[in-house]
Design a protein around this ligand. Structure first.
Ligand SMILES: *Cc1c(COP(=O)(O)O)cnc(C)c1O
Length: 396
């Protein structure tokens, strides 16, 4: 475990010359604890890939790639192009661009549909007067992330049916936008939505931020005919938290790149991605595709079982493994409280785990249930979570 290793390395470091023998990365790992210096208590993440919980931990090969990227100067245009080519080859799409997260990909993809490669238009946005400046989406798909689309200066047009969508499309329509996480809520499903775009001659754009794994989702929406697909680098792909990928049609990706950093007079100059993250998301994608999904899935199920088994004899609590249908569609544990409630309620469990040592974060869904993510745990932490939950739930 990390603690033991650090303890061991820390001991070695007091021996002169040992740091050089260990190599820089290991020595730094052993020598410095930035969170301790800052007085911030790190946490065991049993909640999931939440942005405010810093979403994910980088696997070793990703950290190594980023470390390698950090050592030399490069031309960022060349780096974006080279990484874009590697990512498109891995995914099997025409072109790709590393962005500052899915939110930034939403801004860039929209900008691409509005401005194309017209330099004058690119300089003018978010003033979109006289440009294609309407984006059509289903009313049930509206959510906080559509702010990233509105940043471009477009008007969102809400529709509920196929007929309304067809009526809403006109010469000012820049794109049709779909949030995969809301597929269940809308009448028009992902497949039909892409078809409508083709039929009406309007680019279709889909947000699949948290829908990888499964790996198939990286290719599925290109095959369905979406012109642009946005995915987070820092969620299921386990790349840098501030990274994302915009992928799809070559001309649109080129237009998006013109709207992006390092161009100065462009809407996404504010969404800079550094060389370390550009390389990091590529390395994360490679690492993600290298891993055996069946083995990973089995490991997640095993972790769930550890927690479920440890809590199975607690009266009034029903622990079970479940897989969300969409978004973070990997094995989780759900604890459901019986009625009448004679045990510590969910919000108190959450508070107690947060206050304890180590600090554990999980999701109190409502007054009857708690959800536990195991895919964001480090190996062995499922035992810690199971033990603390047991202790806490038996405490009343
Ligand atoms: C997380 C999320 C985003 C934002 O992704 P970032 O990579 O954090 O910018 C956008 N859309 C949906 C549906 C998300 O879940």
């Amino acid at each position: 475990m990390g603690w033991n290793r650090r303890g061991f390395l820390g001991g070695l470091l007091s021996i002169p010359g040992a740091a050089a023998l260990l190599g820089n990365a290991a020595a730094q790992d052993a020598a410095r604890d930035v969170y301790k210096e800052l007085g911030i208590r790190p946490l065991v993440n049993a909640a999931g890939s939440y942005t405010y919980l810093s979403a994910t931990l980088l696997p070793g090969p990703v950290r190594e790639a980023m470390e390698s990227a950090a050592r030399k100067y490069v031309n960022l245009f060349e780096l974006q192009e080279a990484v874009g080519k590697r990512i498109s080859a891995l995914v099997g799409c025409e072109a790709a661009l590393v962005t500052a997260g899915t939110a930034s990909a939403l801004t860039l993809g929209t900008a691409a549909c509005v401005t194309g490669k017209d330099r004058d238009k690119i300089r003018r946005v978010p003033d979109t007067a006289g440009m294609k400046n309407e984006v059509v989406l289903q009313k049930s798909h509206r959510n906080g992330y559509d702010h990233a689309v509105r940043n471009v200066g477009v008007r969102l047009v809400d529709v509920e049916t196929v007929e309304a969508l067809e009526r809403a499309v006109n010469e000012r329509t820049a794109a049709l936008l779909f949030f995969n996480v809301h597929e269940g809520a809308g009448r028009i499903k992902a497949e039909e939505f892409a078809r409508l775009g083709k039929k009406l001659g309007v680019p279709t754009f889909i947000d699949i931020a948290a829908d990888v794994p499964p790996a198939e989702n990286l290719t599925r929406f290109h095959k369905l005919g979406y012109d642009l697909v946005a995915v987070s680098g820092g969620k299921g792909l386990r790349g840098p938290q501030c990274s994302g990928i915009l992928m799809g049609r070559k001309d649109l990706i080129e237009a998006a790149a013109l709207n992006n950093n390092p161009h100065t007079d462009a809407i996404c100059r504010t969404n800079k991605v550094g060389k370390e993250e550009i390389v990091g998301v590529w390395a994360a994608l490679e690492e993600f595709l290298r891993r055996d999904p069946a083995a990973t899935w089995k490991e997640w199920e095993r972790r769930c079982k550890v927690i479920v088994d440890r809590l199975s004899d607690i009266p009034n609590i029903n622990p079970e493994t479940f897989v969300p249908e969409i978004a973070n569609a990997v094995p989780h544990v759900r604890l459901t409280w019986g009625i009448p409630n004679k045990i510590v309620p969910p919000d108190e469990v959450q508070r107690k785990l947060r206050a304890g040592e180590p600090r554990i974060e999980l999701r109190a869904v409502n007054q009857y249930s708690v959800e536990i993510a195991v895919w964001t745990l480090e190996p062995g932490e499922e035992e810690v979570v199971a033990g603390r939950l047991r202790e806490t739930l038996k405490g009343k």
